[in-house]
Design a binder for this molecule. Structure first.
Ligand SMILES: Cc1cc2nc3c(=O)[nH]c(=O)nc-3n(C[C@H](O)[C@H](O)[C@H](O)COP(=O)(O)O)c2cc1C
Length: 210
């Protein structure tokens, strides 16, 4: 899908980001299935998290937990639980992040939301269903920030939900309150794309103004 010049001109007038930033985060960024061999430094991972954590979450609850899977040994264990079509790219990506949410995210409320903790912690403690739903939803919101943060750090990103989350939890999250929901491959772009951009829905189809 090429970017229409009229749309681009309109966007450049409306955005506070410069054109290069808008391209890197949204307009030109593509989901990646292959990467250059360049390693991803720990400093880059720190930068990705420094941006991700600043995105808003309900009650400032921040339920997202990230497991960076760098070693070949851990990579093999992870790939056992990926769908076949996701295995090769997960083995070859320079870095893989397993995104989970903490079902006990509310226990940090004295730190994350001290002004509401007295009222809300007992409520969430008593209601595992609403706590889990909120944790799951808000970690997905944070996953969106994570993808854009990685792009802002110059990485090409490959998010995947094609994996057995119960298997990943048994392998990596046993004995914790973390539940995996997305695996994200990361690396420096190599320019390789296996298909054209798929159609995005137009404004009038996807939105309504009341
Ligand atoms: C939450 C999520 C889950 C996805 N799961 C998979 C997956 O399991 N395997 C896969 O090959 N692609 C997966 N994708 C990639 C999407 O198909 C891709 O991002 C989408 O088609 C847009 O592609 P584009 O960024 O190149 O335009 C997933 C993307 C997201 C955001």
């Amino acid at each position: 899908m090429s970017i229409d010049i009229a749309t681009e001109t309109f966007l450049h007038k409306e955005l506070i980001l410069d054109g290069d930033a808008a391209a890197a985060l949204f307009l030109e960024a593509r989901t990646a299935n292959s990467w250059s061999d360049e390693e991803i430094s720990d400093e880059t991972l720190q930068a990705i998290y420094a941006l991700t954590k600043m995105g808003p979450t309900a009650f400032n609850g921040q339920p997202l937990r990230i497991m960076w899977v760098r070693s070949a040994e851990a990579r093999e264990r992870l790939v056992e639980h990926m769908m076949d079509g996701n295995k090769a790219k997960t083995l070859t990506a320079p870095m893989v992040a397993v995104l989970s949410f903490n079902t006990e995210w509310h226990s940090l409320m004295p730190t994350t939301a001290p002004h509401m903790a007295d009222m809300l912690m007992p409520m969430f403690e008593a209601n595992a269903e609403s706590r889990t739903a909120s944790g799951n939803n808000n970690a997905h919101v944070q996953a969106g920030y994570f993808i854009l943060a990685a792009r802002a750090a110059g990485l090409a990103v490959g998010p995947m939900t094609g994996f057995d989350s119960a298997g990943v939890d048994a392998e990596f999250n046993a004995g914790s309150t973390h539940k995996s929901f997305m695996v994200v491959n990361l690396g420096k772009p190599n320019g390789g794309l296996d298909r054209e951009r798929l159609q995005r829905l137009e404004f009038d189809l996807a939105t309504v103004t009341l």
